[in-house]
Design a protein around this ligand. Sequence first.
Ligand code: NAD
Length: 473
Amino acid sequence: MKMLIGGREVAGEQEIPVLNPFDGSEVGTVPSATESQVDEALSIAVEGARIMERMSRFDRAEILSRASRLVGDRIEDLARTMASEVGKTIREARGEISRTVQTLAVSAEEARRLAGEIVPFDGAPTGKGRFGFFLRVPVGVVVAITPFNFPVNLAAHKIAPAFAAGNAVILKPATVTPLTDIAFGKILYEAGLPPEALSVITGSGRTVGDRLVGSPVPRMVTFTGSVEVGKAIMSRAGLKKTAMELGANSAVIVTDRCDVETAAERCVRGGFAVAGQVCISVQRVLVEESVLGRFLERAVEVTRSLRLGDQLLQETDVGPMIEENEAERAESWIEEARAMGAGLAVGGGREGALVEPTILTGVPDEARVWKDEAFAPVIAVRPFGTLDEAIGAVNASRYGLQAGIYTDRLDDALRAAREIRCGGVMVNDVPTFRVDLMPYGGEKDSGLGREGPKYAIEEMTEIRVVGIRSGGR
Ligand code: NAD
């Protein structure tokens, strides 16, 4: 495939192969953009931003609604490409495309609602006789950099609010999963997006990403990916707005006041979806001592029933990890935890990029599967005595994206909501739960800012205040 620069399909001087992580076969190739191609995309985006700023909210909403319908019409095609390049199962890929339909539709609705506020100037001692309001104006050019695990919906979470707000976007998809994003970009043009308003530039993060982030043209960089790259982008970006959706080692608390078997089933689902490569995967599970046996029994039983294999087969539950070296890393982290005394309840094996869904028990604080982001199909389960202790363990992490608590005690649920330091607390569900219209993002090393179309639009606009003094003669 070619990349997209201002509506044109453009080849590069060098090609990057895109591989199916299951068997290493080539799914396609994309160009590695040169510096001058990146610069061309940046200058076209300046024109794109002018066009989008002048476009009415109605027209922006119409384009996004049409894009939503077009994506909905092509779920199967897009899902096959996505499953092939990401390694997520075909059912997971269909799920992601269906969510993208929603992200676009909600962004269309928000485009119509985008408004400012009245400002009560005369509430200030010097404001007598004055009236005012603020407008929300587009920031201009937005650079969007996205990870491999949800290539289209996470790109839509940046692109669609940016257009709703009246901006132009340059998208740099993950180097290993660019194909579905290029197809998505073409759909946006087909929906009526002015070609100047979007470029999809392929290539490595270091070359293409650095040039985009370091350029004075964009007013904002919105990034989803790892903490390390997020920090590098922030230090390179200089005086720009940044939105950072970063990693996590999300935890869930399972008390004795819940349907323990259902909680175990949901934890397995939340831990092993997309082979554990979800930023809000269930990684750490704290189970009240008295129900630990029941929890583990059900969790192991469900895990054993999962079919691991070729992601394109309808019956597969868990596909490969993104690359074999990532699977090797996961295996070494499991071995490290076991060497530190952790028990293996189920799993632990690896073949190529396929890692068996694994549940570990008694994992110590210092093990990487507890303290770092595993981003692999690994769940670490530990008992707790008091809720204080459980909340303390959840918070003893550099991350804070989402958490879950299973309980029917309102007080405990509200305490968890108040005291767990993270962007979202799911009561009676796993941290992996997300709907696309909610505010979503993290505290601590999990990031800055919130996505969800309504909230991303706020991040992607500037406030311009207008003050009016009556009797201005
Ligand atoms: P990554 O950080 O390796 O790469 C993300 C993107 O950054 C890619 O497009 C990559 O090419 C680009 N990049 C790399 N170096 C760059 C640089 N110097 N300048 C600019 N761009 C650069 O992440 P990944 O492996 O693709 O994805 C996994 C990570 O993403 C995990 O940490 C996961 O938790 C996180 N993630 C977070 C969320 C969230 O919403 N919080 C969602 C999904 C994934």
